[in-house]
Design a protein around this ligand. Structure first.
Ligand SMILES: Nc1ncnc2c1ncn2[C@@H]1O[C@H](COP(=O)(O)OP(=O)(O)OP(=O)(O)O)[C@@H](O)[C@H]1O
Ligand SMILES: C=C(C)CCOP(=O)(O)O
Length: 245
């Protein structure tokens, strides 16, 4: 059973405090992962108060690039720092987590398509490791470097590794409708289009609407849920909103 789990940047960091890891929340999530029976797990985390403010400061987004090497180093370094904290928290819970930095392996081509090698990730899984990737700055043909969101990496990994399940753990308990209730299932973008907005914190990669669009395109069932439902997701149960295109 191959599972791709994204820990949202809003969950693993305090999104309104610059470069602050949400240590207690992260420790609870790590415990839930350690207690689960998932055999092949890939973790991806978002940028939160590490990647997004640096990207915004340098005016870099998924579509706006930079040719300034200092900007690239700055964003990459912030994400490496957060990745070290996430890998460290998982390791403290006894999980064989290892870091994978997308900037060093992937790129976008002139059409904006993501190229992310995954053979090394599959080899890590075969050897019993839990690879931990993260949204990052990424070399982009014709533009210097742009931002790749953790959500984009989740889609690429889910396809390449033929994942059985995909989970996005965010601060919200699922995709919410206009009344604030969790939408149990989305099979077409129109199911939730009216309620889908942008993120409420600095987020250069698009918030909930972009997540739903990407998850609808996957071949695997995907779930958007809050931290309280991580155990249920990892146990193979429905959690939050189920998205299947
Ligand atoms: N209909 C909706 N249902 C749920 N959340 C929504 C909706 N519309 C907008 N949002 C916003 O989307 C946010 C989740 O997206 P966000 O990109 O911040 O999550 P994340 O993956 O945790 O963070 P990051 O992008 O840093 O990894 C919620 O905090 C909420 O503010
Ligand atoms: C801003 C950076 C560097 C990463 C963005 O990843 P996301 O939080 O998953 O959108």
């Amino acid at each position: 059973m191959t599972v791709i789990l994204k820990l949202g940047g809003s969950v693993v960091t305090e999104k309104d405090q610059p470069e602050t890891v949400a240590d207690d929340r992260l420790a609870d999530l790590a415990t839930a992962v350690a207690d689960s029976d998932v055999s092949d797990l890939v973790v991806v985390h978002g940028g939160g108060s590490f990647g997004h403010p640096h990207a915004a400061e340098h005016c870099v987004s998924s579509t706006d690039g930079t040719r300034d090497p200092e900007a690239v180093r700055d964003i990459a370094a912030a994400m490496e720092t957060l990745n070290r904290a996430v890998v460290g928290a998982l390791a403290d819970a006894g999980i064989p987590a290892v870091p994978v930095h997308p900037f060093s392996t992937g790129f976008r081509d002139t059409d904006g398509d993501l190229h992310l090698p995954t053979d090394q990730v599959a080899a890590m899984l075969d050897e019993g490791f839990v690879p931990v990737l993260h949204g990052d700055v990424l070399t982009t043909a014709g533009q210097g470097a742009t931002i790749v969101s953790g959500d984009d990496l989740v889609s690429a990994l889910a396809t390449a590794l033929a994942a059985d399940r995909v989970g996005l753990c965010s601060t919200v308990p699922g995709v919410l409708d206009a009344d604030g209730d969790v939408v149990p299932e989305i099979t077409a973008f129109e199911d939730a289009a009216d309620a889908l907005g942008e993120s409420d914190a600095t987020d250069v990669t698009g918030g909930m609407a972009a997540k739903v669009r990407a998850l609808l395109d996957l071949g695997s069932p995907a779930f958007v849920f809050g931290p309280d439902a991580l155990d249920a997701f990892l146990a193979g149960d429905d959690a939050g909103t189920r998205i299947r295109g």
